[in-house]
Design a protein around this ligand. Structure first.
Ligand SMILES: [Cu+2]
Length: 203
């Protein structure tokens, strides 16, 4: 087991969450002044059409995202700002994965996760969406962080999708936001604008 996996597993255990193969673990922790953190961990498994209970982490392209690859997503909300971090292990070394937060959960149908989450609907820019492109290192581990001066609408962001190539800014012949086919999808119930308000959720 690689160091990053051990570290993430130790952290997950520390906050009361244990990730197992084919499932996702969730932990929500809240501190003072509306500070709220969400962790999700999963292990990619092939999508099986018709599966009534598909795993939270689905691969649609096992050449790019092999079964067994692990994914961790962390979101921190601080008032009206947020930070989203994704780490994936077990990928193709040197490959760049266009990666975004999408609006709907994953199913065996790659299109089910819908479009990119947009802060201002209809505006396709990196700043108005959450792009988390990364290039896997020599060990097949990729990591990206996005900080935004806004927070998802409640229930409006539901997955992280890995695509087959880097996200276009519109200067390379592809439309802005386009990153090719969907290689994998991880369902994440992202925290929304209500994070930090109301009762503290149980950890
Ligand atoms: Cu996408």
């Amino acid at each position: 087991m690689r160091a990053w996996t051990r570290g993430a597993a130790a952290l997950a255990a520390a906050i009361g969450c244990v990730a197992t193969a084919g499932t996702a673990g969730t932990a929500v922790a809240a501190g003072g002044q509306g500070r709220t953190v969400l962790w999700e961990a999963g292990r990619f498994a092939p999508a099986v059409p018709g599966d009534p209970r598909p795993p939270e982490a689905l691969t649609y392209d096992e050449d790019l995202v092999p079964a067994g690859a692990e994914v961790f997503v962390r979101q921190r909300v601080l008032g009206d700002r947020m930070r989203v971090e994704v780490t994936v292990g077990g990928l193709v070394p040197g490959h760049t994965y266009g990666t975004h937060v999408h609006v709907a959960p994953c199913t065996a149908d790659p299109a089910a996760s819908g479009g990119h989450y947009q802060n201002v609907p209809g505006v396709v820019t990196q700043e108005n969406e959450v792009w988390l492109d990364f290039t896997a290192d020599s060990a097949g581990v990729g990591r990206a962080v996005a900080v935004r001066e806004w927070v998802f609408r409640e229930g409006g962001a539901a997955s992280v999708v890995l695509h087959e190539r880097a996200t276009s800014h519109g200067h390379d012949g592809h439309p802005p936001g386009d990153a090719g086919g969907r290689a994998a999808c991880f369902t994440v119930p992202f925290l929304g604008t209500g994070a930090g308000a109301g009762p503290v959720p149980a950890v």
